[in-house]
Design a protein around this ligand. Structure first.
Ligand SMILES: [Zn+2]
Length: 100
């Protein structure tokens, strides 16, 4: 099953709009699927930040980084990403769960 599309980004290779998705397992990293280039999956923080910086998000909650990537969060909700603490993000039973 394909993961849910949570945003769009212009492909770094061809410039076409591509679908941003997030893995459901592991560190829940971002990747995008370009219809011309295929899946682009940056595995390190810099590549993840590129997607976060360039993507247009579908839902407000989708932009919340799951991994400890330092990014300005557009909306403050109850689990802000904290890079300096060792605080573990709360595991959520559903995708987001914030419905405002
Ligand atoms: Zn492409």
């Amino acid at each position: 099953m394909a993961n849910e599309t949570i945003g769009h980004v212009n492909c770094a290779h061809c410039g076409q709009p591509a679908e941003v998705r997030r893995y459901k397992t592991g560190a829940r990293k971002l990747y995008y699927h370009c219809h011309d280039c295929g899946q682009i999956r940056p595995s390190l923080a810099s590549g993840q930040r590129w997607i976060e910086a360039h993507a247009t998000w579908i839902g407000a909650d989708a932009s919340e980084p799951a991994a400890p990537v330092v990014t300005p969060a557009p909306a403050a909700n109850e689990s802000q990403p904290v890079a300096k603490d060792e605080r573990k993000p709360k595991r959520r039973s559903f995708f987001g769960g914030v419905d405002l």
